[in-house]
Write a protein that binds this ligand. Structure first.
Ligand code: PLP
Length: 550
């Protein structure tokens, strides 16, 4: 290995990405195309308009108090008469799209969800002003009732009643994972040395969390295979029958493959849970809303599953930090707490005694809330109330969209980008019904085979180190891809996000990669003439050293 290779081998995928970006931006006058970013470049605007309009209404509600002082001071908004005042606000501003949305939202909440319009408005007005600590800290009451309708509509497909779903509103999906792992450990539900099965390939940081010294969990990989269109085989899933495996941790639809677990896998997992009723499933369904009729493991194994959802990707809201942890009212985590040995219960009684006299009755989800603020600061736990308001407006936007207009618009955007990328690359686009196509994985060996045949593909595999290939792509073309290997894929692949660039840029990526393969093919044919043996991996010095220098 050269020094440079050593250097790259030691880098984490995120450091690798930074190094790639540096190289890709190094040529003056050339555009850097960062296809490594999962951050979308589209966003839902109407629920944001509604947020700002609501803010103006809320501020006038506050200014109804102390108005005699005229010192820019307001008071806490009052619920008495709030509906009538809101109607006046509507009448005066109904031509504003954000206001018209709010009018529909109030009607939907009252008529479709059967909730009190006054309570809804008061919670939203207080919430957007941010005048109280979040109370209850797990989630504001009306906000929870609305958001769980959204989760149930999008994730559960009618298999679980919304009334049985409880939410903890958190600062995005990643905060959810941090909180959950901490509480599982603090409550003795996982211990150092326990096994965690990880559905791979998976979002890089999720491979790293269980291995942290804080947790010392042993990772068991449950591998989805590209040959099986990224589904988990029955044999891989049967690893979960090992009683030492405490948790199955997965991203569904997956990242980087973007593929949801199909009906067979869901059924197989339900069968496994029947044989392993103690198995905890932790599923990150952030990409679920990009699918039509998505079915989460929370739908098929509700009592065993902790569902994490983030608003970051679908609504283009990574900066808002919005996510939820969802649990079924009747779940195995509470049952596991009840079954802990007396010594553990004694320890936990001490841990949570400041919260309640009856710690045994303290639910797992409420423990997660308390643990998120080191228990002692539980009274200040919870997601900031303006964040909860924006979350509710996103949820209502999707709930009221009976024709799924937003969903079809964003999925059309990413699918067109994918079509353009593959068209310019000159190969047939992968056709996978279970894919939400948020990312696409480019396997350069496969693509070489499609374009130039088996012999060239074998040469590519034997000659080119996949990580170095990504560096060469970055330097020659300005395109940054993330290495699939960083996600635990078993094949040499680069991940391209379809969410982050514009259509013509995906065309440029397709063109640049095609050109790169043409150059390699020219080297390959030249080598062939000189009788180089492809399988040895030792070709002539010149191209080899050229490749090695990245
Ligand atoms: C992007 C992404 C998230 C989003 O995390 P937030 O903290 O909500 O922004 C969560 N999980 C996966 C697998 C992701 O790719």
């Amino acid at each position: 290995m050269s020094k440079q290779q050593d250097k790259y081998a030691a880098l984490s995928p995120f450091e690798l990405k930074d190094a790639l970006i540096q190289l890709a931006s190094s040529k003056a006058g050339r555009l850097m195309l960062n296809a490594g970013r999962g951050n979308p470049n589209f966003l839902a605007t109407l629920p944001r308009r509604a947020f700002w309009r609501l803010g103006l209404f809320a501020t006038s509600e506050a200014e109804l108090s102390y108005s005699y002082l005229r010192h820019d001071i307001g008071g806490l908004p009052r619920i008495e008469g709030i509906e009538a005042r809101f109607d006046t606000f509507l009448a005066e501003n109904h031509e504003q799209p954000g206001v018209a949305f709010l009018a529909r939202a109030v009607s939907y909440v009252r008529e479709q969800l059967g909730l009190s319009a006054s309570q809804f408005l008061h919670e939203m007005v207080e919430g957007i002003l941010g005048v109280n600590y979040p109370e209850p800290p797990r989630m504001l009451r009306v906000s929870e009732q609305i958001t769980r309708e959204y989760i149930v509509k999008e994730m559960v497909g009618g298999l679980v009643s919304a009334q049985n779903v409880e939410l903890f509103a958190v600062e995005g999906g990643t905060a959810a994972m941090t909180y959950l792992f901490n509480s599982l450990r603090s409550n003795g539900l996982v211990k150092a040395g326990d096994k965690v099965a990880i559905g791979a390939p998976i979002f890089t940081p999720y491979i790293e969390i269980p291995q942290l010294e804080d947790f010392q969990l042993e990772a068991v990989m449950v591998n989805a295979s590209p040959e099986a269109r990224w589904q988990y085989s029955d044999r891989e899933l049967e690893k979960l029958l090992d009683p030492a495996v405490k948790i199955f941790f997965c991203v569904n639809p997956s990242n980087p493959a973007s593929v949801k677990i199909e009906a067979h896998g869901l059924k197989k997992l339900a069968d496994i849970v029947r044989r392993r009723p103690d198995l905890i499933i932790l599923t990150d369904d952030v990409y679920g809303t990009f699918a039509n009729d998505f079915k989460s493991l929370f739908a098929t194994c509700p009592q065993n599953t902790i569902l994490v959802y983030s608003f970051s990707k679908y609504f283009g809201a990574t900066g808002w930090r919005l996510g939820v942890i969802a649990l079924h009212r009747d779940n195995i985590l509470d049952r596991k707490l009840a079954a802990l040995p007396a010594s553990e219960k004694k320890r936990l009684n001490k841990r949570y005694e400041s919260l309640t006299p009856d710690v045994n009755a303290l639910r797992f989800l409420d423990r997660v809330v308390a643990d998120s603020r080191s228990v002692a600061l539980n009274h200040t736990a919870g997601l900031s109330t303006p964040q909860q308001v924006q979350m509710v407006l996103f949820a209502l936007f999707a709930l009221m969209d009976s024709h799924n207009g937003y969903k079809s618009a964003v999925t059309k955007i990413i699918r067109r980008r994918q079509a353009v990328l593959y068209r310019e690359l000159g190969i047939v686009q992968p056709d996978n019904e279970e894919s939400v196509d948020y990312y696409t994985l480019l396997d350069l060996e496969e693509i070489s085979r499609h374009i130039y045949g088996d012999a060239f593909a074998a040469w590519v595999k034997a000659t080119i180190d996949p990580t170095q290939l990504l560096f060469k792509i970055a330097e020659d073309t300005g395109i940054v891809m993330l290495p699939g290997s960083g996600f635990g894929t078993l094949k040499p692949e680069g991940r391209i996000s379809l969410a982050n660039l514009n259509e013509y840029e995906y065309a440029m990526i397709g063109n640049a990669l095609k050109k790169l393969l043409e150059d390699y093919f020219a080297i390959f044919t030249k080598e062939g003439k000189h009788g180089a043996r492809v399988s040895s991996g030792k070709i002539s010095k010149k191209p080899r050293s050229k490749i090695d220098s990245y």
